[in-house]
Design a protein around this ligand. Structure first.
Ligand SMILES: Nc1nc2c(ncn2[C@@H]2O[C@H](COP(=O)(O)OP(=O)(O)OP(=O)(O)O)[C@@H](O)[C@H]2O)c(=O)[nH]1
Ligand SMILES: [Mg+2]
Ligand SMILES: [Zn+2]
Length: 321
């Protein structure tokens, strides 16, 4: 009589899926047909973020969660610089970053600049969305300066509707993430673009009993108008993993363009003679606030280099020019 073989550790049939929500070790995974199921990670060594492509076994009869066995190599990833000096994935396999600002809370343009620089280093397309525009207090000079740099800027209102169609058109062929300060209206925009997402927002706020629609973890939604949109929790501050100090200007298109005119090839636009970048700032062709953003990132990079000298080789390289 044949003995029953002991169950193999890895199920024979694994499905390809994508992580559409990640909350610690609890995940939601979507299969190719768009069906979603709750999953856990198999083993302590695995770590997944929203957007990850995975191989998983869906919940079996009697189970309420499936198991993720493997995380496939990531393509473009939005990362953040963690306090320990390491790069930490925030969202995987996306193509576009949408930096959302609003008149309320008062915009922190340094955060926007750091997201835009991070997008450039990660090879992501980027745009700026200014929400709550129906309040009629848009900082036009700031928004126009981003437009002059070549960033699409969409002024919109999740509450009253203008600009939402233009945003939908920008999202149609992309996998995008909404990022920015808390309270700028990222989830509200998602709810307008994907009305079925509203239920999710309400569920979360009821579950945590916060009474507010504050996002706690990244969630991906397919938009009926095309494209995938990931809503992410608001931040107080953000920094991308930083390349070497002398290449940080590559995250700022106008500084990068001017740097070609600096006397020294490795100019960091600090106090070097013949610096075309500082000359541009003095002449008003480069916006001083953007230069300040750059300087703050240089300071941060130096601080991290001093604290974590062993991480030097691990930093991302700036895009090839
Ligand atoms: N006036 C106005 N208020 C808006 C608009 N969009 C969103 N709000 C309000 O702004 C507040 C914050 O909106 P959320 O969508 O939760 O903001 P969020 O960016 O997702 O916030 P976090 O999840 O904390 O990052 C809510 O009270 C919204 O009703 C808008 O277009 N106009
Ligand atoms: Mg939110
Ligand atoms: Zn210079």
């Amino acid at each position: 009589m044949a003995r029953a073989a002991s169950a193999p550790e890895v199920p024979v049939e694994l499905l390809d899926g994508r992580v559409v929500a990640s909350h610690g070790r609890r995940l939601e995974v979507e299969d190719r047909a768009g069906r979603r199921s709750a999953c856990r990670l198999h083993g302590r060594r695995l770590a997944a973020v929203c957007g990850d492509d995975v191989r998983y076994s869906p919940p079996q009869a009697g189970d309420d969660t499936g198991l993720v066995w493997e995380i496939l190599p990531r393509r473009r990833t939005l990362e953040r610089l963690a306090g320990n000096g390491r790069a930490e994935a925030v969202v995987a396999n996306l193509t576009q970053l949408v930096a959302v600002a609003a008149p309320l809370p008062a915009p922190d343009w340094f955060i926007v600049d750091r997201y835009l620089a991070g997008a450039a280093w990660a090879g992501l397309a980027a745009l700026v969305v200014f929400n709550k525009s129906e309040l009629g207090i848009a900082p036009e000079a700031e928004l126009e300066s981003y437009e002059a740099l070549g960033y699409p800027v969409i002024r919109c209102s999740a509450r009253t509707g203008p600009g939402v169609a233009a945003l939908a058109a920008r999202l149609a062929a992309a996998v995008s993430v909404l990022v920015g300060q808390s309270g700028t209206g990222k989830s509200s925009l998602l709810n307008v673009l994907a009305p079925e997402a509203l239920a999710v927002t309400q569920e979360i706020s009821r579950a945590t009993d916060e009474g507010r629609h504050t996002t706690t973890h990244a969630v991906l939604h397919r938009l009926a108008s095309g494209g995938d949109l990931i809503d992410s929790p608001g931040v107080r501050d953000y920094a991308p993993p930083l390349p070497a100090v002398r290449t940080i200007a590559s995250g700022f298109v106008e500084l990068q363009a001017a740097a070609g005119g600096c006397r020294f090839q490795d100019c960091v636009h600090d106090a070097e003679p013949g610096c075309a970048v500082r000359a541009g700032v003095a002449a008003g062709t480069i916006r001083r606030r953007r230069f300040d953003s750059y300087r703050r990132l240089v300071t941060l990079a130096r601080e991290f280099e001093a604290r974590f000298p062993e991480r030097r080789g691990a930093r991302p390289r700036p895009p090839v020019r």
